[in-house]
Every structure is written in structure tokens, then in C-alpha cells.
Design a protein around this ligand. Structure first.
Ligand code: HEC
Ligand SMILES: [Cu+2]
Length: 314
């Protein structure tokens, strides 16, 4: 990620067939364009003013047969393309015999995923390669759309309705995830990534996701309950830094120093906000010393750390 992708990787079986269809249509359109253009050229020369070429009416049977042939040929071509494309879409719609089922909830403005064994993540989706993954999609508020360009898959996620999306991929890697349905002011920040891992690595990753995810959840609730969100969400009227991507980054301070945003720093920012003031901001954040328990601090830090993953959401 980060670098400019010139050719979008085709990272799922759907991507391979979609690219096939696109190429097929492109070749057919190209050939037809070529045919039409050459006929225009040919006729322009042949029937130019003053040329001796015959301008007699064509015999009726010829005009009729020509009409019939090209009508049938184009209809046949279109039906063939339709059958080809539809058969691929139908294949995708067949429920797989066995699949890894992951629940994904879209809400303003994030993607939350829950794995079969309970592990949770936000704006990240870890999936195993060489298995059919079935996403069970729900929305908590408005219509979102789960879109992974490298998979060539886009699925609307509608409130009050469960939709499913399946994919099979063999390409290990990290791919961009977008919301492709305008869903409010922070819609453009509703992005994340899909991490395709080798089967063993995925199994391993699952075991390495302990309570951390629940901490994040708690932290997120606290972030709203304790009033942090009132200043730190993008929609706030108060000028406060967005916290997405802060964790682990270098933060310029108002006194010219640079500081690495680690757990310490996050903690200090909450308890002694006047100590390290972020460059470009007023020191208006109140201290939460005494107002938060240790556990709450840990949860809040876990939540802010989890926001770091959404590197592009800054
Ligand atoms: C009244 C508005 C306000 C509230 C409420 C508030 N903050 Fe802040 N926060 C700010 C401002 C402004 C800054 C930047 C200036 C500074 O560093 O003090 C900031 C800075 C921070 C930073 C450092 C950000 C960076 O870019 O390095 C963190 C972390 C942070 N706040 C977390 C929190 C948490 C957690 C809460 C709730 C417990 C909270 N804030 C509540 C306004 C607020
Ligand atoms: Cu959305």
C-alpha cells in the first residue's frame, strides 16, 4: 500500500473472470470499431465526388439478406456475452460447501468484522487464502457498500437486511477496502484493508487476537461517553487533532520538539494534556487525571492504537 498502483492486482477468482469479461468486451468493441472505421474510409474513397463507382440501388434480396445476417449476428453475439457473464455471476451466488464465515457490520464510519471464533477488528479484515470466505454483511445505520477493487467485488450493505458476499483468493497480500456508497460526512474516511494470509498464518493470527479487541471496543465506547469524541471526531466544531493514524507516528509539538506517539505519550496526552501540546492546536484539552480509571486508560489507549491501522484515515 502507499505506492501508486498502476495495474490493479487481480486478487480473487472473481477478479480474474471480471478482467476476462472486460478484455473480451474490449476486443469485440475494438474489432467492430475497426470494421466500421475501415468501411467509412473505404466508402469515402470509393464514392468520392466524381468517382465512377456504381451508385445503382442494390437488389432488394441483397439488402434484406444483409439486414437479416447482421441483426442475427449481433443478437447472437449479445446473447453469448450475456450467457458467459451471467454464468460467472451465478457461480458466485452458489453457497459454497464449506467456507469461512465472517460477520461484517458497516456503520458511520467504519467496518467492523467479527471472526468465527469471536475475534474482532475494525477497518481491517484478515482472511485466509485458498479458502472460500463468506462475508455476512449488515449495516447499523445507513446504506454502505463493501468494495474491494482488487477483488472486483462490491456489495451494498443495507440496514435491516443481511447480504452475503463470497470470494476465493490465492494471492497473499494487503488490499484496499472502501465504502462505495456515500454515507455521510465522513464517508471518505470509511476505508480499511483486507489482509489475505496463508491458512496457517491466519490460524496463527486468530490465536494472537486476545482480549485486545474487546479493549478496543470498550475504549471506543469510553471515547464517546467521556466526551473525547465531542472534540476529536471530524465533525466536531472544536479544533482538535484527528486521532486516526496518530499512534506510532511522529507528532510535532508546539515547542518545536518531535515526539513518538507511543502508549506513554497517549497516556500523558490524556492525563497532562498541557505538557505536550500538538503543534498548531490550542491547549484547550482538559486533564482527565482522576476522571478515568487505569482500566479505562488502557481501553482508550487500545482504541487509539487500533485507529493507527487506518493509516489513510488521517
Ligand atoms: C475540549 C476538547 C477536547 C476533549 C474533550 C478531549 N480532547 Fe484530546 N485534544 C484536544 C486538543 C485541542 C488537542 C491538541 C492539543 C494538545 O495536544 O493538548 C488534543 C490532543 C489529544 C491527544 C494527542 C493527539 C496527537 O495528535 O498527538 C490525544 C491522544 C488526545 N487528545 C486524546 C483524548 C482523549 C482520550 C480524550 C477523552 C478522554 C480527549 N482527548 C478529550 C481537545 C480535546
Ligand atoms: Cu459507508
Amino acid at each position: 500500500m502507499g505506492e501508486v498502483e498502476i495495474v490493479l492486482p487481480a486478487a480473487s477468482s472473481a477478479a480474474v473472470s471480471t478482467d476476462g469479461k472486460l478484455l473480451g468486451l474490449l476486443v469485440i468493441s475494438g474489432l467492430i470499431t475497426l470494421l466500421v472505421a475501415s468501411l467509412i474510409g473505404l466508402f469515402a474513397v470509393r464514392y468520392r465526388r466524381g468517382s465512377k463507382a456504381s451508385r445503382d440501388r442494390l437488389p432488394n434480396w441483397f439488402a434484406r439478406d444483409l439486414e437479416t445476417v447482421w441483426t442475427l449476428a449481433t443478437v447472437g453475439l449479445f446473447v453469448a456475452i450475456f450467457a458467459w457473464a451471467a454464468s460467472q455471476d451465478f457461480a458466485l451466488a452458489v453457497p459454497p460447501a464449506n467456507s469461512v464465515e465472517i460477520h461484517v457490520v458497516g456503520k458511520q464510519w467504519m467496518w467492523k468484522a467479527e471472526h468465527p471464533s469471536g475475534q474482532r477488528e475494525i477497518n481491517e479484515l484478515h482472511v485466509p487464502a485458498e479458502e472460500t470466505v463468506e462475508l455476512v454483511l449488515n449495516s447499523q445505520d445507513v446504506i454502505h457498500s463493501f468494495y474491494v477493487p482488487a477483488f472486483r467485488l462490491k456489495q451494498d450493505v443495507v440496514p435491516g437486511h443481511t447480504t452475503r458476499m463470497r470470494f476465493h483468493t490465492e494471492k497473499i497480500g494487503t488490499y484496499r477496502l472502501f465504502c462505495a456508497e456515500y454515507c455521510g460526512t465522513q464517508h471518505s474516511a470509511m476505508i480499511g484493508r483486507v489482509v489475505v494470509m496463508a491458512k496457517e498464518d491466519y490460524a496463527d493470527w486468530l490465536t494472537r487476537q486476545p482480549e485486545g479487541d474487546d479493549l478496543q471496543e470498550d475504549g471506543k465506547k469510553l471515547f464517546v461517553a467521556k466526551g473525547c469524541a465531542g472534540c476529536h471526531y471530524g465533525s466536531s466544531k472544536v479544533r482538535a487533532p484527528r486521532l486516526a493514524g496518530v499512534y506510532g507516528s511522529q507528532v510535532p509539538l508546539s515547542d518545536g520538539r518531535m515526539i513518538t506517539a507511543d502508549d506513554e505519550y497517549i497516556r500523558d496526552s490524556i492525563l497532562q494534556p498541557k505538557r505536550d501540546v500538538v503543534a498548531g492546536f490550542e491547549p484547550i484539552m482538559p486533564s482527565f487525571a482522576g476522571a478515568l480509571s487505569e482500566g479505562e486508560l488502557v481501553s482508550l489507549t487500545a482504541y487509539i492504537r487500533s485507529l493507527a491501522e487506518t493509516e489513510t484515515a488521517r
